[in-house]
Design a protein around this ligand. Structure first.
Ligand code: FAD
Length: 390
C-alpha cells in the first residue's frame, strides 16, 4: 500500500502552484502531499522588511494561470512600457504592451503577497501540507519512493522536486561575479506603468513599479553589481547609497530616494541538463536557477508547473500505472523553453558587462536595432514575455 500518489518537495511559488493545479484534477486531493519547510518565527520588524523588498514581475501568461487558481493578488503594479538602455552608451529600446496586443507586459507583486494568496488557495484545496524540517527521498520500494520529513515517514508513487536552488544534483553552474542588491525606492518624477532595465558594465539595474499596502506606488530595485561594489553599497549610509544609485540610473525619474532596507543576494546559474530520475522530476528553480535579468525565473517555473499538471492529467486517474513515460514526455516538451530562457538570461548580463568598447558599441547598436526593427524585436520579447508553450 503506497501512502500518497504525488509528493511535492518545496512549497515555494512553483510547488504551491503545481499543488493547486493537481488538486483540481485529482479524484482525491488528499493523495497529494506538499512539504513545506517550517519558517522560524521572525520579529515583526523583520517580517515587514522582507515583505516590502522582494518583488516578482509576472507576465501575462503567469497572470492567466494564477487567476484561474484564485491565487492572483488583487494588489499589483502593472507594467505597460519597458525601457531598456545601456549606461554610458547611445541606444535604448522601448517595449510597449500594444506591440503584443496584451493588456499589460507584466504585473509586479511583493513576493510575500503572492505567497499569502497561494497559501490561502492551498488551505481550501484539500492538499495535505506537511510542515517541518527539509524533506528528502530516502529510498525506493516497488512502485514508489520512501520519504522523510523529520519524524514523518511515508511512501509516494511520484515525487516532484520543487525545492528551489537548494538541490545539490549535478548541474551546469556559472558564478556571475555579481550580487543583487534589493530595496525599494521613491522617484520624485514617477512614470506610471513604466519599468526600467539598465545595463551597466557591472551588471543590470532594474527598477520595477511596486504597490505596497497603505502607500503610493514606489519602485522595487534589483541592482546587480560586482561583489566588492555590493559590499561597499551595503555598508554605506542610506544617503550614500541613494547618491550612487542616482549616478548609476540617471535622471529619467527625477531624483530617487531610498525607502526600504537593503538585502543582498549572490547570483549564479544552476541548470540541470536532466530533470528526470526514477519516479521523480525537478521543476522551477530546482531545475534551473537563472540570473534575475528580465525577470524570467518564476515565469518559467510556472510554465513548468502548468505543463507537468497537463501531462499528469490522465495518469492521475490510474496512478498505479508507470509514470515514467509521462515524465519523459514532460521533460521533452519543456526542453526548448528551458534552453532558450536559460541562454537569454545567461547571455544578457555577460554580454553587456564585458567592459570591451567594441562590444559595448555593438550592444548599443543592437538596442537601437531592436527599437527600430520590430521584426528583430518580436521573437526575443515574445520569448521573454510569454515563453514557449507547447
Ligand atoms: C533578485 C531576484 C529577483 C527576481 N525577480 C524575478 C522576477 O521579477 N520575475 C520572475 O519570474 N522571477 C524572478 N526571480 C526568480 C524567482 O524568485 C524564482 O524563479 C522563484 O522564486 C522560483 O520559485 P520556486 O518555487 O521554484 O523556488 P523557491 O522560491 O526557491 O522555493 C523553494 C521552496 O522550497 C523549500 N525547500 C528547500 N529545500 C526543501 C526540502 N528539502 N524540503 C521541503 N522544502 C524545501 C524552500 O524553503 C522554499 O520555500 C528573481 C530572483 C532573484 C534572485
Amino acid at each position: 500500500m503506497i501512502d500518497s500518489d504525488i509528493t511535492i518537495l518545496g512549497a515555494g511559488p512553483v510547488g504551491a502552484t503545481l499543488s493547486l493545479l493537481l488538486a483540481s484534477r485529482m479524484p482525491d486531493p488528499t493523495r497529494l502531499r506538499l512539504c513545506r519547510v517550517a519558517r522560524p518565527p521572525r520579529p515583526a520588524d523583520q517580517v515587514a522588511t522582507a515583505t516590502g523588498v522582494r518583488s516578482l514581475a509576472l507576465n501575462h501568461g503567469s497572470r492567466t494561470l494564477l487567476e484561474s487558481l484564485g491565487a492572483w493578488p488583487a494588489q499589483g503594479a502593472r507594467i505597460h512600457t519597458i525601457h531598456v538602455s545601456q549606461r554610458g552608451r547611445l541606444g535604448r529600446t522601448l517595449i510597449r504592451h500594444t506591440d503584443f496586443d496584451v493588456p499589460e507586459l507584466g504585473t509586479v507583486h511583493a513576493y510575500d503577497q503572492l505567497a499569502a494568496m497561494l497559501d490561502q488557495a492551498l488551505a481550501a484545496s484539500g492538499v495535505q501540507v506537511l510542515e517541518g524540517p527539509p524533506a528528502a527521498i530516502t529510498g525506493e520500494i516497488q512502485g514508489g519512493l520512501r520519504l522523510a520529513q523529520g519524524d514523518a515517514l511515508w511512501t509516494s508513487r511520484l515525487v516532484v522536486r520543487a525545492e528551489g536552488g537548494a538541490d545539490a544534483a549535478p548541474a551546469i553552474e556559472r558564478e556571475y561575479d555579481q550580487h543583487a542588491i534589493l530595496t525599494t525606492v521613491q522617484a520624485s518624477a514617477p512614470l506610471d506603468g513604466w519599468a526600467w532595465e539598465r545595463f551597466t558594465r557591472d551588471g543590470p539595474l532594474a527598477l520595477l513599479p511596486l504597490r505596497q499596502a497603505g502607500s503610493q506606488t514606489t519602485h522595487s530595485l534589483v541592482w546587480c553589481c560586482r561583489p566588492a561594489q555590493a559590499r561597499a553599497l551595503m555598508a554605506t549610509s542610506t544617503a550614500g547609497f541613494a547618491e550612487a544609485l542616482n549616478t548609476a540610473f540617471g535622471a529619467r525619474l527625477g531624483r530617487l530616494g531610498v525607502t526600504g532596507p537593503r538585502l543582498v543576494q549572490p547570483l549564479r546559474l544552476r541548470w540541470r541538463r536532466e530533470t528526470l530520475g526514477p519516479r521523480r522530476i525537478a521543476i522551477g528553480n530546482a531545475a534551473q536557477t537563472l540570473h534575475p535579468v528580465a525577470g524570467q525565473g518564476l515565469n518559467l517555473g510556472l510554465r513548468d508547473a502548468a505543463q507537468l499538471a497537463h501531462e499528469l492529467g490522465p495518469w492521475l486517474a490510474r496512478p498505479e500505472a508507470d509514470p515514467m513515460p509521462v515524465l519523459r514526455r514532460y521533460a521533452d516538451r519543456r526542453r526548448a523553453d528551458r534552453l532558450i530562457s536559460g541562454a537569454v538570461t545567461d547571455l544578457l548580463p555577460r554580454v553587456f558587462s564585458t567592459g570591451l568598447s567594441p562590444v559595448e558599441h555593438a550592444c548599443g547598436l543592437a538596442l537601437l536595432a531592436l527599437d527600430t526593427l520590430p521584426g528583430l524585436r518580436s521573437p526575443l520579447t515574445r520569448q521573454l514575455l510569454l515563453g514557449l508553450r507547447s
